[in-house]
Design a protein. Structure first.
Length: 201
């Protein structure tokens, strides 16, 4: 536990509760049940920070087992092409500490895995990528602590297959601009060309 945790535990009177949790629930490795749980997951939240402490939290997803358990102290997952910002990978190059959160909304249980990570290029992993996808890089994380996430406030949700029906008659905004951040073209449409005038008038 870090100093900030200890100070707050003392202030709020939770030190005994925290020590009991640390003793009963926190492991420095992945036990068999944790490994099996990770092998069934289709999503993960990845927390990173740069050298100055600026944080980023990102979502990763894939078929069951896209995060591979290499052994009780190591995990790996593929990195696919995204928006090109490289926020998570950029942070890892500066500060290797990562926090992983796996949440199973069907079983209503979660797992924290904290540790360090490194970026690798390993062609030997390529055969494990889903059909039609190609990993550009891989991340290998070393486990330092793993513990359960309290199920108390996790909602139960069941995955629904994507529906491929007819398009809505109402034009929908692109998902990439769902929050309306793209610049608006204020110039308006170009006026029609007048007859008899060339493009080099």
């Amino acid at each position: 536990m870090n100093r900030g945790e200890r100070q707050l535990q003392h202030t709020l009177g939770t030190r005994q509760q925290a020590d009991a949790f640390q003793t009963r629930q926190v492991l420095p490795h992945l036990n068999n049940r944790m490994q099996s749980f990770i092998g069934r997951q289709t999503m993960m939240f990845l927390a990173t920070a740069d050298l100055s402490g600026s944080c980023d939290n990102s979502f990763r997803a894939g078929p069951p087992g896209f995060v591979r358990v290499l052994d009780e102290e190591h995990l790996s997952w593929p990195e696919y092409r995204g928006n090109g910002v490289m926020a998570s990978l950029g942070n890892i190059t500066e500060s290797p500490r990562v926090g992983l959160l796996f949440v199973d909304f069907d079983e209503v249980i979660g797992l924290h895995v904290n540790g360090t990570a490194e970026i690798i290029q390993d062609p030997g992993h390529q055969a494990d990528t889903p059909p039609g996808q190609r990993a550009r890089l891989w991340i290998v994380a070393r486990v330092q602590e793993a513990y359960i996430h309290c199920a108390k406030n996790i909602p139960r949700m069941v995955e629904i297959p994507r529906q491929r029906g007819p398009r809505s008659p109402v034009e929908q905004p692109k998902k990439s601009d769902y929050f309306g951040t793209a610049p608006v073209n204020r110039a308006g449409p170009m006026p029609p060309a007048r007859a008899g005038r060339g493009r080099n008038e």
